[in-house]
Write a protein of this length. Structure first.
Length: 162
């Protein structure tokens, strides 16, 4: 049997609800800058470790939005607010009811991290958790922000005439 996996180059647009039942749209988040998406569940110990590593990154990168997309089912979803509060996560947590977004992003395992650029391009993705992931994600974010700043500067500079 041959398995084919499509590699997404652009993130699908989506709208999900946060812990307070407010609708959140990916395109709105991208207006601020890159978005880091983490697909996770309360029962996944490596997901918890990965999201904990985002606490420091969230403080360091003010132009980046960190988002945890929760994949718990109906029986365990009620634990999500308690887990978020107990770990003191200050970033956005969204519910993916029926795993619709998980399927759109072709997520096969948790945790699964994506960095989405301003035009919804997928600039980075990683499955699983390793202690060095935080460092790798930070380097990638620095690179993206530097590139975005260069592009902004090029657009702002008037052409010089000879």
């Amino acid at each position: 049997m041959i398995l084919l996996f499509l590699i997404l180059s652009q993130a699908p647009s989506f709208t999900l609800k946060d812990l307070d039942n407010n609708e959140v749209v990916l395109d709105s988040l991208l207006k601020k800058g890159p978005v880091v998406l983490e697909f996770w569940a309360t029962w996944c110990k490596y997901c918890i470790k990965q999201l904990n590593s985002f606490k420091e990154l969230n403080e360091k990168f003010e132009n980046v939005t960190f988002v945890g997309i929760n994949e718990d089912g109906p029986r365990t979803q009620r634990k999500v607010p308690l887990v978020v509060k107990s770990w003191e996560w200050e970033f956005l947590i969204l519910y993916d009811d029926n795993q619709k977004i998980l399927k759109l992003f072709q997520v096969q395992a948790l945790p699964h991290t994506f960095i989405i650029g301003k035009n919804r391009e997928i600039l980075y993705q990683h499955i699983g958790y390793r202690k060095k992931d935080e460092e790798q994600i930070a380097k990638k974010l620095l690179s993206i922000l530097k590139e975005d700043k260069l592009q902004e500067t090029e657009l702002e500079e008037p052409e010089k005439s000879d």
